[in-house]
Write a protein that binds this ligand. Sequence first.
Ligand code: UDX
Length: 446
Amino acid sequence: MRLTVIGTGYLGATHAACMAELGHDVLGVDVDPDKVAALAAGRVPFHEPGLGELVRKHLASGRLRFTTSCEEAAAFGQVHFVCVGTPQRKDSEGADLTYVDAAFAAIAEHASQGALLVGKSTVPVGTARRLADAHAVEVAWNPEFLREGFAVQDTLRPDRLVFGVESERAETLLREVYAPVLAAGTPLVTADFPTAELVKTAANAFLATKISFINAMAEVCEAAGGDVSVLAEALGHDERIGGKFLRAGVGFGGGCLPKDIRAFAHRAGELGVSLGFLREVDAINMRRRDKVVALARELCGGGVLGARIAVLGAAFKPDSDDIRDSPALNVAARLKLDGADVTVYDPEAMDNARKAFPLLGYAVSAEEALRGADLVLHLTEWPQFRALDPGRLASLVSRPRIVDGRGVLDADRWTAAGWQFRALGKPAPAGEGPFGEASFGEGTQR
Ligand code: UDX
């Protein structure tokens, strides 16, 4: 089939390359000429394992092209996938639909007879109906659930497909698009527009709730002297609960979960439904960042002024160079504002971090970041950080003390190498008082 993909950001670039992999002729369109030029030259402007190879494979196969011309795209496609962003509005917590509206209007105006416009962007419920009423083209909604770092595999082998359709013809076209995925046994749920839109926002709300639930348990563990990792493991053995998305730590960030739960609560409010618990999910999440900042202050003797702090991690999660709403950089920037000398290292996100936070220090390796540090904060769980040798690092730092903000470092290994080791949601060692009240003796205030 001839498909177009409107918007070649994270979602769109992945979708375009994966649709070519399924055997379709795909034209990606974006208003940003730099993005189009990069993709047309086989360069993916963000870090996503396997995507560069797939783009280059299908530029070479001739099944994938990119353009800035909406007219060309409208004339080309039988099915048009709208994959543009829906950021948080500047004036409220609602979603900004400017790009979605513009994309639908631009394609609808020039679309060929019988074309199907398929929304993939995450939108407030009611958007598909509004767009279908506004334009003389058939509309469908097909939400996307891909995770950064696993975008290709999540698109080619998703957990499920969801089609929000109003006609048999729309369903048939979408079944044809995804034929190889369906043939592999992927479950398909067909639904009306509002349900299809809600599947995405409800899924993200549930995932965020699960993370904040375990982070609230971490707060209780800190107060009561329990260990949240052990608690999560035991909870996860119950199949009704499940162990995934139950990792306590500095909380969720990124371009989706934080903005999507706010937009969902906002939209529900417009509909007269209170999703107040999502406000609490958001608040718990933000409190974990506060906790790391407070802990850094305590460990540095009451304040961080003049303290040298090494931050391991800048991306909002490993296997990504995405720093949007990154807990690691939020903590780093706040400590910098408090007068600390902060040095950050991340395996992939350095360029993005430097652009967004030019006042932080940056090192070319974890070792360099740690040199002379009074305190180390481990805030993004890259596998490289787990493989670090605490014994060797102890000789580099000024004071061997570390906060594991992701609960994945081996406490015994670090402690055996002479480090004072703290993790969120875990008890302080005997003799140092309850978590959060621990004092490490003299401060590092200079
Ligand atoms: C998320 C959804 O998973 C995906 O389905 C949706 O399409 C887009 O939003 P993504 O933002 O790529 O995907 O990241 P995800 O892997 O879900 O992680 C989100 C955040 O939660 C990260 O900051 C991660 O560190 C954090 N997280 C995740 C936890 O703190 N604990 C966990 O147990 C899991």
